[in-house]
Design a protein around this ligand. Structure first.
Ligand SMILES: Nc1ncnc2c1ncn2[C@@H]1O[C@H](COP(=O)(O)OP(=O)(O)OP(=O)(O)O)[C@@H](O)[C@H]1O
Ligand SMILES: [Mg+2]
Length: 486
């Protein structure tokens, strides 16, 4: 087994590195399985996104529920993949199945052996573990296991989420996710990486288990202050992530694990995240407006200007840009294939979450592809603004679809419609109006005008409910690790 992270957990002073616990076996090195997403431009980084995908999650109602036979088999297989796994973790159930991984809940049997500085919950526990006996590193596994079991039995169980990354994921992508998580350790509201293991081409990441509820179960019941509290937690995470010039790229409800009871959330899934500028080429959206206008004018007067319909032989050079993310949550600049995307793409996705909550509709956008996604956005924002948004990135946006009007609709109107209030003449409440004002700032089509995470945290809307005392997390049957300060 290879440990793909520091042996002592969460060691701020060491840079992230891969090191071997045991000499690699001959099978141990080849991880170059097929690059499932990166080869094809159309599919680049795209998640297979039927609407269910945005919703695939679990509801956490039963603790040690009966596990389906096939899942049991998969868990057995996983536990057998790593020597010593059973001494460290007791797999309980499958809690998530995503595009790139399957996630299991497990009990951490050796919790007491490690530096758990990320686990704020431990401070609150009355019971403190007895000092550990030191023992030789080659002590027998049986003694190790007995000791771990004994300790685990004597304290409240501690749980971890074990993310089994599919072997078809590219090694670069896996390393990228682990490295970014390592860089983001100590960020409030970001789920930290405890450690990671590799055996041949199978990598698992170990994360603190965070209790949360399926978004679909609570979003319709949220009051406006609830929305502000939810978003404050999410923006706190983003503020730290963005300060490190990292784009998450896949902000959506299933990647922000939220517990409405304790009103805390953590951002997970950095599988598509990237460093700002890592893969960028200049885009005209970063030019000054005068230079951009001149470029556009030149393009309009050349034969590259748009005509009705498709050119039979399109001689324009194809454009490549990172479009990774989830359908329905992609920012307009991602759809326009901007080659110089910034952290603002995440803000748009948060806007989509807020629009979903305010409109009580999930999923709010439900397009089959990027063209449909543009049509959905254009229907709301209108042709004029959509055209201007495209021009920022050197794209022409033209459509003859009759439902896309010239000026579109206000978000306020959309929300009144979708909550069936437009016929009754009802208007938005004062709180809702403030939320919509904030929403408009998140869903600016121009990324430069869109609010940043830091600015969002200062916005009046996110100040709502700030003085309310946080409810005490129930000391119930569960066990979540309290890994946040907000
Ligand atoms: N630390 C955690 N604590 C509790 N549950 C978790 C944790 N990490 C992940 N999960 C559960 O597993 C699901 C999938 O995790 P994650 O998003 O990291 O994997 P993924 O394969 O990239 O998923 P997707 O492709 O759907 O985005 C999450 O939506 C969540 O329900
Ligand atoms: Mg995910």
């Amino acid at each position: 087994m290879t440990t793909v992270a520091p042996a002592r957990r969460v060691q701020a002073e060491y840079p992230f590195e891969i090191h071997e616990d045991v000499p690699p076996s001959t099978q141990d090195t080849d991880m170059s399985t097929h690059e499932e997403m990166e080869a094809d431009e159309e599919a680049e980084g795209e998640q297979p996104e039927d609407a269910d995908d945005q919703q695939s999650n679990y509801s956490e109602s039963f603790e040690e529920e009966v596990v389906d036979g096939n899942i049991q088999q998969d868990m057995e297989k996983l536990a057998n993949t790593y020597p010593g796994f059973r001494h460290r973790y007791r797999l309980i159930k499958r809690i998530g199945e995503g595009t790139f991984s399957t996630v299991y809940k497990a009990e951490d049997l050796q919790y007491d052996r490690y530096d758990n500085s990320w686990d704020l919950d431990k401070e609150n526990e009355k019971w403190s573990p007895p000092p550990l006996k030191t023992y030789a590193s080659h002590s027998s596994m049986t003694t190790d296991a007995t000791q771990s079991m004994e300790q685990a039995r004597r304290r409240k169980p501690k749980y971890v989420a074990i993310k089994k990354i599919y072997v078809t994921s590219s090694p670069t992508r896996i390393l990228n996710e682990l490295e970014l998580l390592h860089d983001l350790r100590n960020c409030p509201s970001v789920c930290p990486l405890i450690t990671a293991f590799r055996s041949t081409d199978q990598v698992v990441a170990i994360l603190p288990y965070f209790r949360h509820m399926d978004f679909r179960e609570y979003f319709r019941k949220m009051t406006v202050p609830d929305m502000a509290i939810y978003l404050r937690s999410l923006f706190t995470a983003l503020s730290f992530v963005h300060a490190r010039h990292i784009l998450h790229r896949d902000i959506k409800p299933t990647n922000f694990l939220y517990d409405p009871e304790s009103r805390r959330g953590v951002l997970v899934d950095f599988g598509l995240a990237e460093r700002e500028g890592a893969d960028s080429k200049p885009c005209s959206c970063h030019d000054d407006p005068v230079a951009r206008k001149m470029k556009l004018r030149a393009a309009l007067h050349s034969n590259l200007s748009p005509h009705n319909g498709y050119p039979k032989q399109d001689t324009r050079p194809s454009r490549r840009a990172n479009r990774a993310g989830t359908r329905g949550f992609r920012a307009p600049e991602v759809l326009f294939k901007c080659t110089q995307q910034t952290t603002k793409i995440d803000i748009w996705s948060v806007g989509v979450i807020l629009l979903t909550i305010l409109s009580r509709r999930f999923p709010f956008f439900n397009s089959a592809d990027d063209v449909e996604a543009m049509i959905e956005i254009a229907t709301i924002f209108g042709q004029k603004r959509m055209r201007a948004a495209g021009q920022l990135h050197g794209c022409m946006f033209e459509t003859t679809i009759p439902t896309i009007g010239s000026v579109g609709f206000s978000l306020e109107r959309i929300i009144l419609w979708s909550t069936c209030r437009s016929d009754t003449g009802e208007t938005l409440s004062g709180d809702e109006k403030l939320a919509v004002e904030f929403l408009n700032r998140c869903m600016e089509l121009d990324p430069h005008r869109r609010i940043s995470a830091d600015e969002a945290l200062q916005h009046e809307f996110l100040q709502m409910g700030v003085d309310e005392p946080a409810p005490l997390a129930e000391a119930g049957d569960d066990d979540e690790m309290d890994i946040l300060k907000v």
